[in-house]
Design a protein around this ligand. Structure first.
Ligand SMILES: Cc1ncc(COP(=O)(O)O)c(C=O)c1O
Length: 460
């Protein structure tokens, strides 16, 4: 619960590790003790890449130390022992301990949320429950420009059922170059395949354009035609306000390493609407009743909630990192963060539109605040991207790119501020002008977790 319900704090910059420009250049790790001997002029970088990998909360190391100390001093008893001077739950309960705070962020009943596995795995598990093709209804509708993992996931699910993706996979292609999917366009594709579609799977916030889709309208529209509706919330969770229970979504899944700051590849989450708790599933022991879990009876007794969709005992290291991040979210609210986010991203948009270099790029993210989250995607004039990326990197400005010509810039309201936004626009504008003048693209690039781009380790 936020300490002051009406105006909870939203500035948590001081509880995040923001790399310095020197950190980004160094090829070695510096011990924390050395941080005090940093040169004064080693300023923090301008980090606007929380859409790809959120920054590390300072609590993370403290909690991970507690976890490691528990393991070191208790061994297997760490599963069951309450430790008085640790904030962490016994490992047996780490998943339950996260569910309520996670549910608050996605606007769901705690019983409808499970913290488990990773995003693509969870989508597969959910499809195993929800995608039951029949002779009449066998299609899956998704976007043509879906994140590749979602595309592969759906394609392989269809193949797994012995069906042909060419006939069963319906791709919604954006009608214009911007990549944005107008709601009416989505609804028209649903109409065309209404009688033959089993599942619709869409992103809450689209990874490339940053578009925030009209989730309640699309959900209701498709469900009215007998279609089950699932959402990939990778770029939506912790970014935009969600009300999964009120919107009556059928299922959803997300990762926790973007706006939720739980670290690369950390544990994921899923939502199962309570009306689906009985669905068949791929089962594992962690989804079976806690009271009989250790009886070894081989009788699967699914927990009557989303927790019943769990398979394995969760990674405690990952869950601990997520605990640290959720302890920050607990001090604020998505409503307050959204208000700050709209302000920061709105400011970014205004400054970009006023930039001297504005003729050298365009913003492809929708202009309407209701249709976007924190991220703006900016398309550069052909040939400018590589040299702009080099300049941003030299100046310690961290964003990510989508070849051939788009960069994604996301002020994360927990730790970014207006100074970050101004610094970005200043460096970016100058870099565009310089690139246009010299016309000499260079080969280096910034980093991103999700596809296409060069690895984080390549940042010099
Ligand atoms: C929209 C979207 N879907 C799926 C994934 C894949 O996530 P994971 O590697 O955690 O399965 C990502 C990763 O960035 C993503 O952005």
């Amino acid at each position: 619960m936020a300490p002051n319900g009406d105006h909870p704090p939203t500035d948590f910059r001081h509880v995040f590790k923001i790399p310095t420009k020197g950190d980004l250049r160094r090829k070695t790790l510096q011990k924390s003790a050395d941080l005090h001997s940093r040169p004064d002029d080693d300023e923090t970088c301008v980090y606007l890449c929380g859409n790809s990998l959120g920054l590390q909360p300072t609590l993370t190391r403290q909690y991970l130390d507690q976890y490691l100390d528990t393991w070191a001093t208790k061994g297997v008893f760490g599963h069951f022992t309450h430790i008085n001077d640790s904030s962490l739950a016994p490992w047996m309960h780490v998943d339950d301990d996260l569910v309520e705070d996670m549910a608050t962020i996605v606007g769901a009943k705690p019983s409808e949320v499970a913290v488990m596995q990773t995003l693509t795995v969870n989508l597969h598990l959910l499809m195993a429950s929800f995608y039951k093709p029949t002779k009449e209804r066998y299609k899956v509708i998704l976007e043509g420009k879906a994140f590749p993992s979602d595309h592969y996931m759906v394609e392989s699910q269809i193949q797994h059922h012995g069906l042909d993706p060419a006939l069963s996979m319906i791709l919604i292609e954006p009608p214009t170059d911007s990549g944005v999917l107008p709601t009416d366009h989505i609804l028209s594709v649903i109409d065309r395949h209404a009688d033959t579609t089993a599942v619709l799977l869409l992103p809450g916030v689209q990874f490339y354009t940053g578009q925030f889709l009209d989730m309640p309208r699309i959900t209701t529209y498709a469900q009215d035609q007998g279609i089950l509706v699932g959402w990939d919330l990778a770029h939506a969770v912790g970014n935009v306000p969600l009300q999964l229970s009120d919107w009556n979504v059928d299922f959803a899944a997300w990762c926790t390493y973007k706006y939720l700051n739980a670290g690369p590849g950390s544990i994921g989450g899923l939502y199962v609407n309570e009306k689906h708790f009985h669905r068949p599933r791929l089962a594992g022991w962690w989804g079976s009743s806690k009271s009989s879990r250790f009886d070894m009876t081989n009788r699967f007794e699914p927990i009557p909630s989303a927790a019943g969709f769990q398979l394995s005992n969760p990674s405690v290291a990952d869950s601990t990192a997520l605990r640290a991040s959720l302890d920050i979210f607990k001090q604020t609210s998505m409503k307050a963060l959204r208000a700050k986010s709209l302000e920061l991203t709105g400011r970014l948009e205004v400054l970009l539109k006023q930039s001297e270099a504005k003729h050298l790029f365009s913003i492809i993210t929708p202009g309407s605040k209701a249709e976007r989250g924190a991220q703006l995607s900016i398309r550069l004039q052909p040939g400018l991207l590589d040299s702009v990326l080099v300049r941003l990197e030299e100046e310690g400005v961290v964003i990510d790119e989508r070849k051939p010509d788009v960069i994604r810039v996301a002020p994360a309201p927990l730790y970014n501020n207006v100074e970050d936004v101004k610094a970005f626009v200043h460096v970016f504008g100058a870099a565009c002008l310089e690139a246009a003048k010299t016309g000499k693209p260079d080969g280096k690039s910034a980093a991103s977790i999700d596809g296409n781009a060069k690895g984080w380790s390549e940042i010099k």
